[in-house]
Design a protein around this ligand. Structure first.
Ligand code: BTN
Length: 272
């Protein structure tokens, strides 16, 4: 995309995404709904999942009016600037492995950003992607259960792609960034999406085969907090210790001051 040539990146087209996925022999993105403005792609994908749409169905929107973040925060999703999308996954696995899936999504995005832009983002547990402490991407996985089993998962991904700093609300400017700001040029969303889908597809296939070790190691390599003093915030509590990385289920391992190991499924990592 040439700087200054267009007001925004070309709108994302379902048929083009599907054709690209078919060319690569992929599963994720075989069926695509590319929409203009939705409340939240996670909500649309959940509805489609309940209607029986298969694994790999992808919902992507140019804009979200009520984009959702973790812990019921909102996710700023202005038109044409980002990649706002959700996938329906129907993994053959139990609840306790689902948190690892969101970590794999973060890893796939980091890999794709490095491959397409030669920029190496950090991952902060569980799944924030950052450059120099400023966030450009988040992942929100929501499970739909039937009894004790997971009927499907909606894996929602939000990436700030072509925002300039002035596009963010003032309150987000100290903590947010975009790929365009970091790359110093506009970034084509279709090529980035294609790379994310193929990177995640490979990780997801290994996940379904129960091969987690390599992904865990790759995730830890991208997390500069490993072996450092850290705090994990859970609800209104703060737990301090040394972050020893993640276990095979994606849970945080925090070595407490008294020498005990805390293994945490939820929370947010911060530096101590
Ligand atoms: C977070 O870091 O808090 C998670 C943000 C997840 C945002 C994405 S954008 C696409 C999908 N639809 C939503 O409403 N949320 C996720």
């Amino acid at each position: 995309m040439a700087e200054g040539n267009a007001l925004h990146d070309k709108s994302l087209q379902a048929t083009e995404i599907e054709a690209d996925v078919a060319k690569q022999g992929g599963l994720l993105g075989r069926k695509v709904f590319a929409l203009d403005c939705v409340t939240s792609t996670n909500e649309v994908a959940r509805k489609l999942g309940n209607e029986g749409y298969p694994e790999g169905t992808l919902v992507i929107a140019e804009e979200q009016s009520s984009g959702k973040g973790r812990y019921e925060r909102s996710w700023f999703s202005p038109p044409h600037k980002g990649l706002w999308f959700s996938m329906i996954l129907r993994p053959q696995t139990q609840h306790d492995k689902i948190s690892l899936l969101t970590l794999l999504a973060g890893l796939a995005i980091a890999n794709a950003v490095e491959q397409t832009l030669q920029l190496a983002p950090s991952i902060k547990w569980p799944n924030d992607l950052l450059f120099d402490g400023q966030k450009f991407c988040g992942v929100l996985a929501e499970g739909q259960s039937v009894g004790n089993s997971v009927a499907f998962i909606v894996l929602g991904i939000g990436i700030n792609v072509n925002h300039k700093m002035g596009d963010f609300p003032e309150e987000l400017q100290p903590t947010a960034t975009s790929l365009r700001i970091k790359a110093g040029r506009p970034v084509g969303r279709a090529a980035l999406l294609s790379c994310i889908l193929s990177s995640f597809e490979e990780l997801y296939s290994n996940f379904n085969k129960g091969n987690h070790a390599e992904a865990v190691r790759a995730w830890e390599k991208r997390c500069p907090w490993v072996a450092k003093r850290a705090q994990i915030h859970i609800d209104n509590r703060v737990i301090e210790g040394v972050f020893e990385g993640i276990d095979r289920l994606g849970r945080a391992r925090l070595r407490l001051v008294n020498g005990e190991l805390a293994v945490l499924t939820a929370g947010e990592l911060g530096t101590a």
